[in-house]
Design a protein around this ligand. Structure first.
Ligand code: UDP
Length: 333
């Protein structure tokens, strides 16, 4: 059986493709390479440069590659950008997923693991957030993912063989344990990469986006979970998929760290000072997010390997200091 991985050239997708291959799966990757890296896709996987909106081409690939299940990562994923440019988010994420689901129906593929997000919860009314918490996004990125959740619910209601598992990620961080795969975004908007780039001297300081939040130090609190632990949850979900299994799971560690905690931990890990400058809040950022992972631990047996922020940042640092130009570092050398 072959697994189709959409967005397999992206940060989380590429780490997952690698785990699937190591687990002995046949993998087919599709990616439009808008923000992904062809170099990040292992040679063992077949690769097609296709956009999610190309329903016909997707259908052909699903038929010719004998796809049995889909893991769907491909998406735009910057909260701030989604506020300034909402339409590409609804087009790529929401309409793109409808196109993918249509191609799946055309080719009789009926099982999908979907990357959802804690952004669907908006500003949660309780911490840690359980899967039952009300979903009321505060940015277009979160809405684009919540609309997909509704579409998946409708499909599973109406199509008897259809099965999905939706994984609501909290803040994905870190790089592969052996430094082979990393995080390479352009533009880079994420907190940990920006701390590490400051430690490398690539920028003079870290910008802290808001220090007037209702938290102890005034900065936002997030739940950072290692990318390889996110991937192991996908492998568990893939095995659990069936038309009766359709449901959502949070993936996070249940511990929250403020932006300033992350800066200080990055200073300890890297041994470099990371100067900060305070700027106003970024629109669309909830003050505090951390996950209850009780459901995925109990039902799928998920057990994260990385449980300290320090260890997570260490794996990212191993990649950033050896790949100062991201994947281009290897091409250049
Ligand atoms: N953040 C920050 N400076 C940066 C990048 C991010 O202060 O250069 C903050 C951001 O406002 C949020 C947290 O760090 O509160 C995590 O942001 P990130 O973009 O890493 O992930 P997100 O929570 O948007 O998925």
């Amino acid at each position: 059986m072959t697994i189709l991985v959409t967005g397999g050239a992206g940060y989380i997708g590429s780490h997952c493709v690698r785990q699937l291959i190591e687990a002995g799966q046949k993998v087919c990757v599709i990616d439009n390479l808008y923000r992904g890296h062809r170099e990040a896709v292992p040679a063992e996987a077949s690769f097609f440069q296709i956009d999610l909106l190309e329903t016909e081409r997707l259908t052909e690939v699903m038929k010719s590659q004998r796809i049995e299940k889909v893991i769907h990562f491909a998406a735009l994923a910057y909260v701030g950008e989604s506020v300034t440019e909402p339409l590409p988010y609804y087009m790529n994420n929401t309409a793109g997923t409808v196109s993918l689901l249509r191609a799946m129906r055309n080719s009789r593929v009926s099982q999908i693991v979907f990357s959802s997000s804690c952004a669907t919860y908006g500003i949660p009314d309780q911490i840690p957030v359980t899967e039952e918490s009300p979903q009321s996004p505060i940015n277009p990125y979160g809405w684009s993912k919540l609309f997909i959740e509704q579409i998946l619910n409708d499909c599973s209601h109406s199509y008897p063989n259809f099965g999905f598992i939706g994984l609501r990620y909290f803040n994905v961080a870190g790089c592969s344990h052996d430094g082979a795969l990393g995080e390479d975004h352009d533009p880079e908007t994420h907190l940990i990469p920006n701390c590490l780039r400051t430690a490398l001297g690539q920028q003079s300081h870290m910008t802290v986006l808001g220090n007037d939040y209702p938290t102890d130090d005034g900065t936002c609190i997030r739940d950072y979970v290692h990318v390889e632990d996110i991937c192991s949850a996908h492998l568990l979900a893939l095995n659990a998929l069936n038309p009766q299994s359709s449901r959502y799971y949070n993936i996070g560690l249940g511990q929250g760290f403020s932006v300033l905690d992350v800066v200080k931990t990055s200073e300890r890990v890297t041994g470099h000072e990371i100067p900060v400058e305070f700027k106003p809040r970024r629109p669309g950022d909830p003050p505090v997010l951390s996950a209850s992972n009780k459901r995925i631990s109990e039902e799928l047996g998920w057990s994260p390997k990385y449980t300290s922020l320090e260890e997570i940042i260490q794996t990212a640092w191993d990649w950033f200091r050896t790949h100062p130009e991201g994947y281009r570092t290897e091409t250049a050398s």
